[in-house]
Design a protein. Sequence first.
Length: 290
Amino acid sequence: MSALRRILTHRTLPVCARLLSEQVTKVQQGGGVVIPSHPDQLNPIAGYNYIQTESYPVPGVQFPDAPPAETGIHAVTGEEVKFPYFHCRDACYTNAPITDLVEVISSDSEKGPIDIWLDGFEFPGLPKADGEVYKVKGMEIGEMGPTADLWRFKYDIPAVNEAYLFWRKYGTIKTDNLPEEQFDAIWTHFFNNPLLDRYELRRGVNIIHDMDMIPEPHLVETIFYACRRLNDYAMTIRILEGIKDKIPKDPIVYQWMLQELAPCMEELGIVTPDELGLHIAPEGKGPLPY
């Protein structure tokens, strides 16, 4: 480590920077524009120590005032919207009406494993009677989940904050702590999302593969259909390889998985890695571990 530190702090580093800056200055002089160069890489503006403080005023430099903290300009629509931003497809809140976020249903209704019900308060502009609750929209199969506008209430309404903390597990490794029914329902919802792209498909598959479990066949079928929608045939082969690689000493489980997936694989035209010859090691490379 000491040798590496000596290399990184060697005296020749500012000299290289000075030589490079001199070449840049020559080019600039040829174009009639001269920008003074500073060989000190840590302090490119003379007289300003970036290491000691970040709030010290820079001599001769004026920074624009920060925008107001209450509002901002939407990056896509150009409309003025309220802070704080929420990281999602729309980039921030859009002040959607409450009727677009939740609906009033009877508390006797059947609740799905990932349905979010809110009770114990009333949203302004959307009253509910006794025996009724708010149901968050977007939780059905093929929908995109709760809109980010709902979470603007999480600072004032504890029930919305609890729903937000639950939904933060969506599409992450944290779903491993959920009950099995909720785990399967959330990931089924994830892979049935109509906005799912190839990046999110791979991210979800990698998260499930990293868990200490084998996904249920019906969840693998959902992933296969997502691969078909995105025309990603190679991912289906990698999924089967991942399942087989997880249990190399117990081929019965893999054969059972293929048996359960047979109708779906026949429908989509998916073959196994063994049928493609991917289980055969290249010549001279020795046997494969599975």
